[in-house]
Design a protein. Sequence first.
Length: 482
Amino acid sequence: MNINLVPMPNEIYTDYKLFFRKSIMENVSVEYDSKYSAEEYSITIDEKGAKIKCSSKAGENYAVQTLKQLEFSYAGNIPYLKIKDKPAFSYRGFMIDCSRHFFSVEELKKIIDAASLFKFNRFHWHLTDDQGWRMEIKKYPLLTEKGSKREFSNFGRYFNKNSHEGFYTQSQMKEIVEYCRKKSIEVIPEIEMPGHTSACLHAYPRLSCTAKEIPVRTHAGIFKDILCAGKEEVYEFLFDILEEIALIFPSEYVHIGGDEAPKDRWMECPHCKQKLESLGLKDYEQLQGYMLNRIHEYLQKKGKKAITWNESLRGKNLEKGITVQNWREKNDECSIRASVGGKIVVSDFFHYYLDYPLGMTPLKKTYMYNPVPAVLPESLRKNILGVEATIWTEFIENIDNMSMMSFPRLAAVAETGWTQKEDKSYIDFKHRLIQVLPMIKKIGLKYPDPSQWDPNFFKSIIQVLKFVNNMYNKETLRAGKQ
Ligand SMILES: [Zn+2]
């Protein structure tokens, strides 16, 4: 049935014979019923208005979003209908990288508002990286005093000679947490370790293997200076930070990074070598596994769980209780993990990385992607917790640009996360989205014209060439050698 809702509800019935003529939002009643599951809701619209049934605030919020979309398309003319609805996946996330470029609390709230419209329930907040440390930690003030500033930005086409800086105070982070809580969105903070830590090491050089001075990075890349896994003070430092984080973020999860960490320095470090030998580990990938397992154990004492990027599977000793976010490992790796009960969140690089142009990842490609590996038996599907779209910001320097890159594809990830696979249809989705997406204009966000959502072959080639050409410059190419 073609009614303008995104994501498409599980069940919807209307015969379009009778219509509600008044404002639906002013005629809503809510009844809590424990028979409904946590995120489930139903809506009945008749002459009395809209009646929502659910068992939680989350269910109520999703029902309200559905009503807002109906009012937007059919104000004063909403057909009497019945909807029964619940999500396909329990984890429906979006990630914003606030390290490569800093975004204000007010700007983040706009993206959160738009994500909530499409029933996302996790905001993964990438707060630390090589190009800037963005969270206030009271015990280690240099992290923000020194680590939140870089001299200039040299991300290829976005060369900017001005210095770039910014961080969130603890009270601002609490404000975001509370803002999201009201929308049934959990905020998952990410603290990168052991790699992507140049900004942290700029503030506290003694935490690396060599203890040498390094700058907050001004360009993208994978850097060899990472946190030392052999020095005990590194673990104490991380525990202290996580202790403060646990007081700010009530989330079930904390993301602890684990991606793109070259082992060059560890292999030459007496502390790391000693740690590896004393633990009887096979190689330095296992040392990373040990490090992250220890952090996970600490988080568990705080009632939390860790998520890491998929590279952490390489040592083959990652604790089963750690959830893995899969961005580019072969699906087999994650299928194996899921087949022994490990939990996976899917953020496939070729489909869910929204910082790449539509010419490379058109809307249809994002929409059609099935996050459940084909080899995974139906009985193990539950170990795929869900989906997450990532918005990396090396090439996104302002909110308009972020919005133009995020939409319409964020809505496609939302529908994959919510709607049952057998109920999905791309043509139908695109038609509905064209009607619904103008709602984000009210929030102050922009999106490309629908004629650009699936560029033709020639436009795609031009966009891809332009993007790749702009990614690289002399400094970026040199970065690999550092
Ligand atoms: Zn070391």
